[in-house]
Design a binder for this molecule. Structure first.
Ligand SMILES: *Cc1c(COP(=O)(O)O)cnc(C)c1O
Length: 233
């Protein structure tokens, strides 16, 4: 059952209040935190709601779902890929998305660069790090991050804007905050080492957004708290 706009409005207002409350607790400016609504497993209506509310971007995790949803959406928003990207799908990814948050290996850097060169388009990206060292999660290791960043910085078609992580599954709040703090430390080290700005720290979802904001997140990716439980087909 699709939700209606009033429901969405109630949910998003609550999330925004929560961001303000947490920011007050940790003395941050709420304007430094971007809310990225995650519309995966919800119809085109979810993207229209986001746009109607005035936000400019949404997150999707699958190429195929985005391919079928995007043509049905009338409003203009930025589409961000937040799910794992296979190297053989980079051609479609660069056509569909405005930013790719899940660049996690050198092979992908090369493949994306090649596809972007062919259409002469540049692509903002985030580097995904498995900072919680969850064997079931994608993302480069903290140790491999410098090599991956070095490769990405060499590509004239990729614009590295920061780092992204997903906290481990079966992770309590302490373990989540630990993986978020590690991401921020890594970001600071990489900025220093490569003398580049990596302003975006994409971390925090419905269940761990408080911890992420306290640890320095600049972008929380929220699905469930905005649109309710996802119905998996
Ligand atoms: C689904 C997803 C989210 C949103 O998760 P919720 O718990 O529904 O807020 C955030 N980030 C990624 C990478 C996701 O796949």
């Amino acid at each position: 059952m699709d939700m209606d706009y009033n429901n969405f409005l109630k949910n998003i207002t609550e999330i925004e209040k929560r961001i303000i409350k947490i920011c007050k607790e940790c003395k941050r400016n709420p304007e430094d935190i971007t809310l990225l609504p995650v519309t995966k497993n919800h119809g085109p209506f979810a993207v229209e709601f986001v746009s109607q509310y005035g936000l400019k971007a949404i997150g999707e995790n699958r190429i195929q779902e985005t391919e079928s949803k995007k043509p049905l959406v009338k409003s203009s928003v930025k589409w961000e890929l937040i799910g794992h990207l296979q190297s053989n799908k980079t051609k479609r990814a660069v056509e569909l998305f405005d930013r790719i948050q899940t660049v996690d290996r050198i092979k992908l850097v090369k493949s994306l660069s090649k596809q972007l060169e062919q259409i002469n388009k540049s692509m903002p990206i985030l580097i995904q790090i498995n900072s919680g060292e969850d064997p079931s999660k994608y993302g480069a290791t903290v140790n491999n991050a410098p090599y991956l960043l070095e490769a990405a910085l060499k590509s004239r078609y990729l614009k590295v804007e920061g780092l992204m992580t997903v906290a481990p599954i079966e992770c309590d709040n302490f373990c989540a905050i630990d993986s978020f703090k590690k991401l921020k430390v890594l970001r600071d080290q990489l900025e220093e080492k490569f003398q580049v700005a990596l302003p975006v720290l994409s971390m925090g979802m419905t269940s761990d957004m408080d911890e992420a904001i306290k640890a320095g997140s600049t972008m929380i990716r929220i699905g469930t708290a905005l649109f309710g439980d996802r119905v998996y087909a």
